[in-house]
Design a protein around this ligand. Sequence first.
Ligand code: ARG
Length: 394
Amino acid sequence: MKKVVLAYSGGLDTSCAVRWIRDTYGAKVICFSAFIGEVSDRKLLAKKARSAGASKIYIEDLKTEFVRDFVTPALWAHAKYEGKYLLATALGRPLIAKHLVQIAAKEKADYVAHGCTGKGNDQVRIELGVRSLNPKLKIIAPLREWGFGSREEEIDYAHQYGILISATKKSPYSIDKNIWGAAIEAGILEDPWKEPPADAYFMTRSLDRVSAKPFYVVIGFKAGIPASFNGKAMAFVPLIEKLNELGGRYGIGRVDHIENRLVGIKSRELYEAPAATILHLAHSELESFVLDREFIHYKKVLSEKYSELVYFGLWFTPLREALDQFFAAQQKRVTGTIRIKLDRGTATVVGRKSPYSMYSERLATYSKGDEFDRNAAEGFMKIWGLPYEGKSKK
Ligand code: ARG
């Protein structure tokens, strides 16, 4: 009998997919669920999978691996697609691909399957990931193949086959979330002129509900890794959770983005990423303090490319790996503390400190004790401007 390992979320689509794959391919379906955000009810998830006809379910808490192997390099790369999107969803997909491949090997399955739609980026990320790791695996994408025309038809199908689906009212949006942030689309958001309704956001408060009193946070980094919160040592994962909660209360990290999808369309997506926003800010500010000008400026060019690779599903590629090494090369110096003020929807850096600081008050000062050699400036300019002397029209 064929065996299929399905990336299973417990939602309506993947629940119907279990049964649909079983019947259409005459296959045993093994479900795999990864927790990379909230940890949901394992028992309920397993019960749902069984009701849909799964023969086995793997449920794995992969938050630590996600943060270590995907979030950390993206933070070091300052990865932001089109300057706005911190890539939470995009970073989760290669992790899922990797585990699908591992479980398929363990189960001696020839197939993997996923519940991504046929017009999104996620199908690309998962399928390219799977194929770079094991090109022999065959991939099934039920949402591209089956004939359901609407959510209602899927619900009828679920009822018909006794598939357990959540009783909770379905959100009017399509949401994907993990510890690095949330993506919200569809419904009324498809009208690019309409302001997102208050209920579209769920990680961050709107400005009319945030405290008027600013809050200061001090984040400590050790060799590029966030390691403390207000002077107290904290591991990276709980620190992200803490900052999501705190930043959310101050309305930090909302983005309204018309993005260019890989599949050629523009789409409107809202993002919420309180912790990621604060940590990106803190990390790049610390780099500004401890790294030299040339490295920092050149890095920006590579960051742009890196973000595209992640967004475009090219995680498992030599270029992404090489770029990771480039960004990692200087992280030892990225040690120090950054003081940030959270104030009504914005996070602003207000202080920095580091044993690797390249900032010299003696050189920067306009007051007494200035050690900058002003006389050297004259000769420097003479030579720097030499190629251009008299070359421009008045
Ligand atoms: N547009 C984002 C990306 O391509 C998120 C995709 C999933 N979004 C969603 N709301 N389900 O990474």
